[in-house]
Design a protein around this ligand. Structure first.
Ligand code: DGJ
Length: 554
């Protein structure tokens, strides 16, 4: 019989006990990020947790609107809802806070047994001040806007606005203080995003008087220590001296980073939840060139300035990619660029059209702390062409099918990921086979295969399996022991061959069980695969399945 390593069973038990303690009203441990050997885990109730999330629409942050959110959360089998808390809604009148929405949201999340990641929409939401309260967003004197090279104010708030920072931070601290009171005995809220996709569309930085003065100062030593110039520059000096043509955009990133640091530091001082910032991605495959003609959005935590954020915003745990570039090569490059020993991978937003669903395998397989497609919410508003056209069950289904199989093993998967046992691939746009290096084994994953035989046996066969018209295959694999694996997949064939000490040795499937994990993390077998079901590799059709596999050499 398959048994889990003791540490995994212990983690599952720890999480269950902590949940029971929370239900009984005793404080569960604070959610936190931990790091070991360059890998990361999000600890929730004292054990690693995988965010199988969805993000609601921007305007679903009201009590009545939640009615259309929960059914989608349930249909996707998500364990976490990401949803905004806007400055304008909690402080509609300066100094008068109203957290009734937060109270209802947290209560309803508990009723649905779902965790929350709350998104603080403050001075910047996709670069604009749209979510600032009315009393703040039109007061150019007190809350100054950025200034262009000609000296004219533009749409975006200046990150050097002292009153902006003071007021945004005050509201954020009030929010975190309220959260602590509301949730410290439950930990329904497990993370907070600070601002949303910061940066500026139309120019490389702020040219206002305060910004100019700061730009002429020496680059802070913490930034110098981490961020090298892509062109020859001075070892120290002003931003221009050190970073040459990149000075404007690096300075801009630093300006936002130091601002969010102030919010995060003050917020965590009252309630120390993990915090992250999200990013409107630049093209990960395009060469790095200085900002020009809106070739990317400068100021936010794009991959090339993660070091600046790390230096200037130590209270922010993660710079996270919002994935809306659906090309498989770009997704792979984005994941590579944001997953670093000093930056845990977490994908807080991703397109919600069906072509993105396959990336769940790749993202979870890589050991991401979590992933959340955006706009999984039955509010009848579609963000096509960025995402799905529909806002109905058909939109939810491709993600729900996959999350449903991961959900019962959300704790196990997180633990395996933290131990470096998990891997994943998504079918590429080229649809070619991919290999996965495992310990003493190599997996080959191919796509558009029939379930029987080899393609080479039927050279004249033109027919292709239904459902594979566009790339939507994926496989995630956890190596749970030397020769044991948990494999999850759809529209894919996987074969294992010996590698390392097993290289060149013939092998056979010892046992292939189809089944699922129950709520306590115990494996439940439903069918034993053998014969036709294993002779041509392990073949997955459209419905995601979980296989528990043992293989051996002879
Ligand atoms: C990225 C933003 O972060 C989201 O809030 C949303 O506006 C999407 N883009 C587009 O739907």
């Amino acid at each position: 019989m398959f048994t889990f390593p003791r540490s995994i069973a212990a983690a599952v038990v720890a999480a269950s006990l902590a949940s029971l303690a929370a239900q009984a009203g005793a404080a569960a441990p604070l959610p936190q990020l931990v790091q070991k050997d360059g890998r990361h885990a999000l600890m929730v109730d004292g054990a690693p947790f995988t965010i199988l999330g969805v993000q609601a629409h921007n305007s679903s942050n009201s009590v009545a609107a939640l009615k259309q959110v929960w059914p989608a959360v349930m249909d996707v089998h998500a364990n976490t809802l990401e949803i905004p808390v806007a400055w304008e809604q909690v402080e509609p009148v300066e100094g008068k806070f109203d957290f009734s929405y937060v109270d209802a949201l947290v209560k309803q999340a508990r009723q649905h047994k779902v965790r929350l990641v709350l998104l603080w929409f403050g001075a910047w939401k996709n670069t604009t001040p749209q979510y600032m309260p009315g009393w703040a967003k039109f007061d150019n004197q007190r809350f100054p806007r950025m200034v262009d090279k000609a000296g004219k104010p533009i749409y975006c708030m200046s990150p050097f606005g002292e009153e902006t920072l003071k007021a945004d931070r005050k509201a954020f601290v009030a929010f975190m203080t309220h959260l602590r009171k509301l949730d410290e005995d439950h930990r329904t809220v497990i993370m907070v995003q600070v601002e949303n996709e910061m940066g500026t569309y139309s120019q490389a930085r702020d040219y206002g008087a305060k910004a100019e003065a700061a730009f002429r100062q020496a680059v802070p030593p913490a930034v110098l220590a981490r961020k090298k110039s892509p062109v020859p520059g001075a070892a120290s000096g002003t931003w221009s001296e050190v970073y040459g043509p990149y000075a404007d955009e690096y300075f801009h990133a630093w300006s936002f980073a130091r601002y969010v640091e102030e919010l995060a530091k003050a917020g965590r001082a009252v309630y120390n939840l993990p915090m992250y910032v999200n990013n409107n991605l630049r093209d990960p495959l395009a060469p790095i060139v200085p900002w020009k003609n809106e070739n990317f959005v400068p100021g936010g935590p794009t991959y090339d300035v993660i070091d600046i954020y790390k230096a200037a915003a130590p209270h922010i745990d993660i710079a996270a990619p919002d994935i809306y570039q659906p090309e498989s090569a770009k997704v792979a490059a984005d994941l590579d660029l944001f997953q670093r020993p000093d930056n845990a991978l977490m994908v807080p937003e991703m397109g919600n059209s069906a072509n993105y669903a396959r990336y769940l395998y790749q993202i979870l397989g890589r050991g991401s702390l979590g992933v959340a497609p955006f706009g999984i919410d039955y509010f009848d508003y579609s963000n096509f062409p960025l995402g799905a056209k529909g806002t109905d069950k058909a939109m939810a289904e491709p993600f729900g099918n996959i999350m449903a199989v991961f959900r019962p093993m959300e704790r196990l998967w997180a633990k395996w990921a933290f131990e470096g046992r998990t891997h994943g691939v998504a079918e590429s746009d080229e649809r070619t086979p991919q290999t996965i290096a495992l310990k003493n084994w190599k997996a080959t994953v191919s796509f558009r295969e029939w379930q029987f035989g080899e393609k080479t046996w039927f050279p004249d066969l033109k027919d292709t399996p239904a459902g594979t018209e566009t790339p939507n295959g994926g496989v995630a694999i956890a190596q749970t022991g030397d020769n044991t694996f948990i494999i999850v997949g759809q529209y894919a064939r996987i074969k294992l061959d010996g590698d390392g000490v097993n290289a060149g040795k013939p092998s056979l499937w010892d046992r292939v069980e189809e089944g699922h994990f129950d709520g306590a993390g115990k494996w439940v077998m439903e069918r034993l695969w053998n014969g036709d079901q294993v002779d041509y590799g392990l073949n997955f059709k459209g419905k995601p399945l979980v296989l528990k596999v043992t293989i051996a050499t002879y």
